[in-house]
Design a protein around this ligand. Structure first.
Ligand code: HEM
Length: 136
């Protein structure tokens, strides 16, 4: 497995664990109130599990298994996928800062923009691996 996929998948598992932990606390809090501030962690629960886990594990697996070239570099444009990794994780924390920690009104849109850019950079990396060059 390429090094970048290892990073994506390691990070994804950390988010899965964190997201499930927050989810379990929220669930327990419904039956046995634990702390009044706990509900402010719902956006972090959603962010960790949807972007931190689902999107991140998908990108990590896709970087590994999408079609490769016979010649070097076997996975072209790895830099774009690395940028996607950085932007995705930056975006997750900007969104959590803007929602759970109420750091300011720009954090949420900035985080969503970073996440959107991460998806765009990943698609840019994947393009040459999924579009046939036959006949060109
Ligand atoms: C990949 C797995 C998961 C995803 C994508 C996910 C996603 C979500 C989303 C989107 C919401 C908001 C729902 C809404 O506002 O209507 C939510 C709420 C919640 N989740 Fe999860 N979740 C996951 C796993 C879990 C697990 C494992 C637990 C508990 C151990 C959990 C506990 C909760 C609780 C307690 C709420 C609040 C429900 C309420 O509004 O009353 N989640 N989750």
């Amino acid at each position: 497995m390429p090094r970048l996929s290892q990073w994506f998948i390691r990070a994804a598992f950390i988010y899965l664990l964190s997201g499930f932990t927050v989810g379990a606390l929220l669930l327990a809090h419904k039956g046995l109130p634990l702390h009044p501030a706990l509900w402010s962690w719902l956006p972090a629960h959603i962010e960790f599990l949807l972007f931190g886990w689902v999107v991140q594990v998908t990108m990590g697996m896709a970087f590994w298994i999408l079609p490769r070239y016979w010649q070097q570099p076997r996975r072209p444009n790895p830099g774009y996928a690395t940028i996607a990794f950085v932007l995705l994780n930056l975006g997750i924390w900007l969104v959590v800062a803007g929602t759970t920690f109420r750091a300011g009104p720009w954090f949420l849109p900035a985080g969503r923009a970073a996440e959107g850019a991460a998806v765009a950079f990943f698609a840019l990396h994947a393009w040459r691996r999924i579009v046939s060059r036959e006949g060109t």
